[in-house]
Ligand binder design. Structure first.
Ligand code: IVH
Length: 670
């Protein structure tokens, strides 16, 4: 067999195994065997770049390149569904359908209403050609590169009988397991949490970076086949056919023959849905026959042949004991409702976030109000309303604090932002200890054995005053702490010693510069190379770095404008903490492309796209996803999209080949 045949064979086999694993939940080979087939294909594709295919299973891991989404007009509008909230309303709907059909009998299909974000996939000749979001219902964003990373979605169809051209719609969801993992990670990084899997799914599918999408673990269920030559004249059989072609169609999809069946379906799934791996917010009932669907037609907003029955969000009524205000590491004040404990979806809820002052105002919440707590798809319970009837006439409105609850400093609120902030960065204890807790975190300096309580004790005893004093701790300072011995003290000191080897990019993250999270810190560190360059960089140069906007740039400049931060940096430097990218990662660094933005397009013979991206950054430039007036060069490989070429030509942007690019950056290293 020649390499061409082997590549085709590997792609088919890997697609088959993806389907067995992600759709059927029934793998037939071990992960190791799968990885080894994948590796073989990767090697062959690298050796024969001319046979690259965007639909190859190797592309399911996505790419770090920004995309810039194209828009697509939906051939058939993407409508919503009418809602009902009670069994009686569903019964009424069934009666209306029968009337609408002139008394004719009909079958109903009952299915889950998945709580994610809708997607429309277009297939031609058995291949996925396009994935489009709902958008405004008329037109959506083309997110094909992100959708390809969802492994349960077939890129090439299995079996036979599919129309040459069709559309299939479904819901992209983030399974509970992945949602919990993602939020735990975000909590650790002090990034805002996703309120529910729906927000996480819709945010993720619109991300610019498909490699990040691939890491998030999205899944997709399909529920609507559209096209001119569908194999059957009814919805249920069409969906079962789609299942044979490789789509994930919910096992719960059921053909119902009578109103009793419908009622039974509702009462079963009202509780059984809690066992499902993904979030659902209701059930959908559809008239099965396509002819009858056509007869019933559409209203302006939704089909008359389908209805959604929404589950009641789990809600409890309890007393608000008091509202407390907490100051975080960055000085932001969070109001927290402390509640009379109440049982909600199996857990006891005692606290719920009130987010910010605007939310407290909107709820018009008073002391000791009876409040409704909900936990629909949300992981963090929230207060959704107040039972005004049980309010005492003398109850006072809950007021947001005007001074920091920890240090008494008057709070400030930046125009356009919802948060009140304590500006006392240097004297407010939770801010100081919060920064130390952040500094020792696993993704920052990774100093094990120092938790929240230890930081507080060390601070209260005067043993630490900021992050740099960690490096002056002695064994006797630690071993006398309650519950500590020599061994645990030694372990922490070892961790502190080892932290001096932590790469510069994580040091930048560990400094707690407001708005500088893990990714931005990495980008900034790689772009600037060392702390002295970073400390003296003006806003304009900082904003030329990818992912750095004016707010972040301003925050960095303000941070290093403060003498106290500069002193801490000096102390860390003297202690031996890494203040520059290592020799290895610095090798070849120049600023020949400083301030320049380049677009990469097409396939290359000498280096991979990722390597070119790295070279651009290493030489001080910025790699951007789409061509605009601001683009300085288009680095063009083979098979470049005609649209990009045309746009670059029209805007007069210099188009350079890989040889020209390599010569350009070689000049400076001479
Ligand atoms: S059918 C023309 N079936 O709910 C009607 N929609 O509220 C096409 N959804 O935009 C939709 N599960 O994103 C249908 N089993 C299901 C569904 C479902 C979730 C979503 C879909 C739609 C929204 C309408």
């Amino acid at each position: 067999m020649d390499f061409k045949q082997r590549i085709t064979q590997l792609r088919t086999e890997l697609n088959e195994h993806n389907h067995k694993y992600y759709v059927l939940n029934n793998p037939t080979i071990s992960d190791q065997e799968f990885d080894s087939l994948m590796h073989e294909l990767e090697v062959l594709e690298r050796e024969h770049p001319e046979l690259d295919d965007p639909y190859s299973p190797t592309h399911r891991v996505g790419s770090d390149l920004s995309q810039g989404f194209e828009q697509w007009n939906h051939k058939r509008r993407m409508l919503s569904l009418g809602n009902t909230y009670s069994v009686a309303e569903v019964e009424e709907y069934v009666r209306r359908c029968k009337d609408g059909l002139g008394g004719e009998d009909f079958q109903t299909v009952g299915e889950m209403k998945f709580d994610g974000t809708s997607i429309s996939l277009h297939y031609e000749h058995g291949r996925l050609v396009r994935a489009v979001t709902r958008g405004d219902g008329e037109k959506g964003d083309v997110v094909t590169l992100n959708v390809i990373t969802i492994r349960s979605i077939p890129l090439e169809l299995k079996g036979t009988g599919w129309p040459e051209e069709f559309e299939i719609r479904g819901e992209i969801v983030l399974p509970w397991k992945e949602f919990d993992r993602l939020n735990a990670e975000r909590e650790f990084n002090e990034e805002p949490l996703f309120a529910n899997p729906r927000n996480a799914a819709s945010g993720t599918i619109k991300m610019q970076n498909s490699a990040e999408v691939a890491r998030r673990g999205l899944d997709a269920y399909f529920y609507y086949l559209l096209g001119d030559n569908l194999p059957f004249d009814n919805h249920y059989d069409n969906m079962m056919a789609a299942k044979e072609w490789g789509f994930k169609v919910s096992e719960s999809m059921t053909l119902l023959h009578s109103i009793e069946d419908v009622v039974e379906f509702i009462s079963h799934w009202d509780t059984a849905r809690k066992q499902l791996p993904v979030a659902t917010d209701g059930l959908v009932f559809k008239v099965n026959s396509l002819r009858q669907q056509l007869n019933l037609g559409f209203t302006a907003k939704s089909p008359r042949w389908a209805i959604a029955y929404k589950f009641q969000a789990e809600r409890a009524l309890t007393e608000l004991k008091y509202v407390s205000f907490e100051t975080g590491r960055s000085g932001v004040i969070t109001p927290v409702a402390n509640l009379e404990p109440v049982l909600l979806s199996g857990t006891i809820v005692k606290r719920a976030s009130l987010h910010n002052e605007d939310i407290i105002r909107a709820l018009d919440i008073h002391d000791h109000d009876m409040v409704y707590v909900e936990k629909g798809g949300e992981i963090i319970p929230k207060i959704t309303g107040v039972n005004i009837e049980s309010r005492s006439t003398t109850a006072q409105r809950v007021k947001f604090v005007s001074h920091c609850p920890a240090c008494g400093t008057p709070l400030i609120r930046v125009d356009g932002e919802a948060a009140w902030v304590c500006p006392n960065r240097w004297g407010c204890v939770p801010q100081i200890t919060g920064r130390v807790e952040h500094f020792v975190g696993r993704k920052m300096m990774n100093i094990d054995g120092i938790g929240e309580e230890t930081v507080e004790t060390l601070y209260n005893r005067g043993l630490i005053s900021d992050i740099s004093s960690l490096y002056h701790l002695r064994a006797e300072d630690l071993s006398t702490l309650e519950g500590w011995g020599e061994r645990s003290a030694e372990r922490v000191l070892q961790g502190i010693e080892q932290s001096k080897q932590v790469p510069f990019e994580r040091v930048v993250y560990a400094l707690s510069i407001p708005f500088v999270g893990e990714t931005v810190a990495r980008r900034v560190a790689r772009a600037v190379g060392n702390i002295d360059a970073l400390m003296s960089m003006p806003v304009e140069q900082l904003t030329a770095i990818e992912d750095v906007g004016p707010r972040i740039a301003q925050s960095i400049v303000e941070y290093f404008g403060d003498e106290r931060n500069r002193t801490i940096v000096e102390k860390l430097r003297n202690a031996g903490v890494q203040m520059a990218m290592s020799e290895k990662s610095n090798a070849g660094r120049t600023d020949i492309l400083a301030g320049k933005s380049l677009v990469i397009s097409g396939t290359f013979a000498l280096h991979s796209r990722d390597e070119y991206k790295e070279m651009i950054e290493l030489n001080g430039g910025k790699n951007v996803g789409s061509i605009s007036k601001k683009t300085d060069y288009l680095l063009a490989g083979d098979n470049m999209g005609p649209a990009k070429l045309e746009k670059a030509t029209k805007l007069g942007i210099p188009i350079i080949s890989e040889q020209q690019f390599l010569e350009m950056i070689a000049k400076t290293t001479e």
